[in-house]
Design a protein around this ligand. Structure first.
Ligand code: FES
Ligand SMILES: [Fe+2]
Length: 411
């Protein structure tokens, strides 16, 4: 299959405005390898392309499956079903803090071993069908009811099947590819180093939303991977973003900084100085230094990291929101959203967190409707390309990385 991303431009690319405050072709000049050409719409609707993503990306990459927040207690487990890979994983943290994922499959006749979403870690995981038991500490087959009736050779071949697992800063990653892919440290590369000492422990998971969408997973990611839409999308974005994302004299947002970090990327933006005093600022008080001083070592109020392939780590002042955007079919996605704030210490702070969470949820509802509408337009094939501007350079970088990854360039 040929590369579906970039088609030669039939006309000269349209340059950005030349209004003095924007360096002309700033990002195109800084990242010439990303080009300025249109993007093929085929990659959002093609079953063939989706199949390539399944085989060449999700089956061959480190994928974030959760964080320490998913463990209810010190020794605990959670189950993560990954539909695009057709697997269910049992992720276990034992007393000693070791985290290991296994295929959530009983070795007897293949029953899904654990059906609960999460729980405290038992000593032994027992299959509900015939009661085979597996040690939580290492997945070893521990007990078989009426064992004499079986013809075992080497019983250890019937242990749970482990999956390559590693952690970074409290985030848990798995890789279904045992060989041929780099370790997690190398996969995260400069992004992992940039955030190596980031004080994630100052943030607590307060809310999680799992949003089903009739849209391709990249539609959802692209739509969130820019702030061009923020002043235009009404009413919620326009209200909530007032001052949070600085706009120029014409009312347009600007990417303040953008950086390619290996397979990953980050862009930032600035807020207006008086943002905290605006109506929008008050509605977002829990994200601001309302609980004291700014606790996170951010260079800008807003920083949005895309962690290849399908994760986002974004900071807004004292808060972090993360996305895991899970492809399920070419036009079906679950957008997993997690909101992290400093843990409230009193009722007033609790209320501020509730308020910020509700406002943010409304904002994302507006986004979600847009994702599905985009998919309708793409599926119609009224056009077979779409165009990206300078303020969407990070979308271009993501598709560039995706193509490279599928072609075997994996850093
Ligand atoms: S399938 Fe699990 S014990 Fe039989
Ligand atoms: Fe948005």
């Amino acid at each position: 299959m040929t590369d579906l991303q970039v088609r030669p431009s039939e006309t000269e690319p349209i340059g950005p405005e030349e209004d003095g405050d924007t360096a002309t072709r700033r990002w195109a000049t800084a990242y010439p390898e990303l080009g300025t050409e249109p993007i093929s719409t085929d990659r959002f609707i093609s079953e063939e392309f989706f199949e390539r993503e399944r085989k060449e990306v999700f089956a061959k990459s480190w994928v974030n499956v959760g964080s320490n927040h998913d463990f209810l207690t010190d020794a605990a487990f959670f189950v993560r079903d990954i539909k695009i890979l057709g697997v269910s994983l049992l992720v276990v943290r034992t007393d000693d803090g070791k985290v290991q994922a296994y295929h959530n499959v009983c070795s007897h006749r293949g029953n899904k071993l654990i059906w609960e979403k999460n729980g405290p870690c038992p000593k032994v995981f027992a299959c509900r069908f015939h009661g085979w038991g597996y040690q939580a500490k290492d997945g070893a087959l521990a007990s078989v009811p009426d064992e004499e009736q079986f013809y075992f050779g080497d019983k250890s071949t019937l242990d749970l099947v482990p999956v390559r697992t590693d952690t970074w800063n409290g985030f848990i990653f798995v890789n279904l590819d045992d060989e041929g892919t780099v370790d997690l440290h190398e996969h995260l590369g400069p992004l992992g180093e940039k955030l190596a000492d980031f004080p994630f422990e100052k943030l607590s998971l307060q809310y999680r939303y799992d949003v089903p969408e009739k849209a391709n997973w990249k539609v959802a990611l692209d739509a969130q991977n820019e702030i061009y839409h923020v002043p235009m999308l009404a009413p919620v974005h326009r209200f909530l973003s007032g001052g949070a994302f600085h706009t120029n004299d014409e009312g347009y947002t600007r990417v303040h900084t953008f950086d390619r970090l290996g397979l990953h990327s980050v862009y930032t933006s600035e807020s207006d100085d008086d943002f905290q005093d605006t109506d929008s600022g008050v509605a977002n008080a829990a994200t601001h230094p309302a609980f004291g001083v700014l606790q996170l070592p951010l260079e800008t109020p807003f920083a949005f990291h895309v962690v290849f392939p399908n994760m986002v780590l974004a900071f807004f002042n004292n808060s972090m929101f993360s996305y895991n955007i899970w492809p399920e079919a070419v036009d079906q996605t679950t957008w997993e959203i997690r909101l992290h704030y400093p843990a409230p210490t009193n009722l007033a702070e609790r209320v501020l967190v509730e308020q910020a969470k509700s406002r943010f949820r409304d904002l994302l509802c507006e986004d979600q409707a847009g994702h599905e509408a985009l998919q309708v337009g793409l599926t119609s094939q009224a056009r077979d390309i779409f165009v990206l501007g300078e303020q969407e350079v990070q979308i271009r970088a993501f598709h560039h990385n995706l193509d490279n990854y599928m072609d075997g360039v994996r850093r």
